[in-house]
Ligand binder design. Structure first.
Ligand SMILES: Nc1ncnc2c1ncn2[C@@H]1O[C@H](COP(=O)(O)OP(=O)(O)O)[C@@H](O)[C@H]1O
Ligand SMILES: Cc1ncsc1CCOP(=O)(O)O
Ligand SMILES: [Mg+2]
Length: 268
């Protein structure tokens, strides 16, 4: 699996897919820079007059509800609807799911448009499946393992690959489960690294639309390893943000292979 994952990372670097993001104001800059560092080509666009045309030319779409409003929700539905029509991969980041009824309603209508991948933190994934327990705005108050049964349920209900992020990143599709144990606790002190994870999944699913599970595992492994290596040379969140871009840009294969911690299970 590690070799297959590295192949995906190389393909993003060489193919440089166009990734269309409808994302939040907080992370537009971080996520565009992370996509560029990884080798992809980002575009942020949310005008209703152009989102469908942008989906037509992009390799994948990301819909991130971080700072949504009514106008943006219509843009998201138009774009995701076009992606569904064209069988083009799209990724849903349910930022702040469970925090307000508005977010929950919007998510239920976006789920009908069949995202290829859903990536959220544990509280968000639990909230989408109506598990009571709460959330702290956009930050998780649960561990990834707490959300595994919700993630399995969500995968069965939607057919989407589901990724729960956190200290462990857990990716679920049908009987397949992958657990990645890279990253660093300092990553939770930089805003937008969950959103960065979702944006990177978009780049990977654009180069491998036939296997969104492998694409998601690869993107999460890449971010986790890069974040862990970047944290080792960072004094705090400020330098981590910069160092992460540098590591995403230049991470060599041998270092990736020696740092990745991955467990696979097939529960058939
Ligand atoms: N406690 C932690 N230990 C190690 N890595 C972490 C930790 N918290 C977050 N990360 C890393 O940050 C990434 C973003 O995840 P997360 O913080 O769960 O997203 P969000 O910002 O959406 O809540 C994870 O995929 C993981 O690589
Ligand atoms: C702080 C904040 N508020 C609305 S969106 C956002 C960014 C959330 O980013 P992430 O989910 O990656 O931490
Ligand atoms: Mg998030």
């Amino acid at each position: 699996m590690k070799e297959k994952i590295w192949k995906q990372i190389s393909e993003v670097r060489t193919k440089s897919p166009l990734v269309h993001n409808i994302t939040n104001y907080v992370v537009m800059n971080n996520t565009a820079n992370a996509l560029l560092a990884a080798g992809a080509s980002p575009v942020m666009a949310h005008a209703q007059a152009e989102v469908q045309d942008m989906v037509n030319i992009a390799g994948a779409l990301i819909v991130n509800i971080g700072t949504l409003d009514e106008y943006w929700v219509e843009s998201m539905e138009l774009a995701a609807g076009r992606a569904k029509e064209q069988a083009k991969p799209w990724v849903l980041d349910p930022v702040g799911a469970g925090a307000t009824p508005f977010r929950n309603q919007v998510l239920q209508s976006l789920l009908k448009l069949q995202p290829s991948v859903i990536r959220g933190n544990a509280s968000e994934i639990m909230a989408i499946t109506n598990v009571p327990g709460g959330t702290k705005g956009v930050d998780s108050i649960h561990e990834s393992v707490d959300a595994v049964s919700s993630a399995k349920h969500l995968n069965q209900q939607t057919g989407s690959v589901v990724c729960v992020s956190g200290a462990a990143d857990i990716i679920i599709h049908e009987s397949r489960v992958v657990k990645l144990s890279n990253g660093d606790p300092l990553m939770s002190k930089v805003t937008g690294l969950g959103c960065t994870a979702s944006a990177l999944i978009g780049a990977f699913v654009a180069v491998n639309p036939a296997d969104p599970f492998l694409a998601t595992v690869s993107a999460m492994a890449f971010l986790g390893v890069a974040g862990e290596l970047a944290a080792r040379k960072s004094a705090g969140p400020g330098s981590l943000q910069l160092n992460l871009l540098d590591v995403l840009y230049s991470l060599p294969q041998e270092e990736f292979m020696s740092v990745i911690r991955i467990e696979e299970k097939n529960e058939e």
